[in-house]
Design a binder for this molecule. Structure first.
Ligand SMILES: [Zn+2]
Length: 89
């Protein structure tokens, strides 16, 4: 099944959580956010160049991450990315 982005008409991709997303629009969004936060440098530190990886996590950890992410109103992948970044820096 293929879907097209309403904004730029490019092909959409389906994420693990089954949400459809547009790579080029997402990239543009991240770029705009980087620019907006460049004074603080938050996101530019958190998201330099990214690469997709596949991880197997325990269901318990995923459930905990999702619960915490819901409270914070952020995607759980973003939350986990932040945790990994913190632990490594
Ligand atoms: Zn798009």
């Amino acid at each position: 099944m293929k879907k097209k982005c309403k904004r730029c008409r490019s092909e959409l991709y389906q994420a693990e959580d089954l949400k459809w997303f547009c790579l080029s629009c997402l990239a543009a969004e991240i770029e705009a956010r980087d620019e907006k936060n460049s004074v603080k440098g938050n996101w530019s530190v958190l998201e330099p160049e990214t690469k997709a990886v596949t991880l197997r996590l325990s269901e318990q950890d995923i459930a905990k991450a999702k619960a915490r992410a819901r409270k914070l109103g952020t995607p759980y992948q973003t939350l986990l990315k932040g945790f990994i970044h913190q632990a490594l820096s």
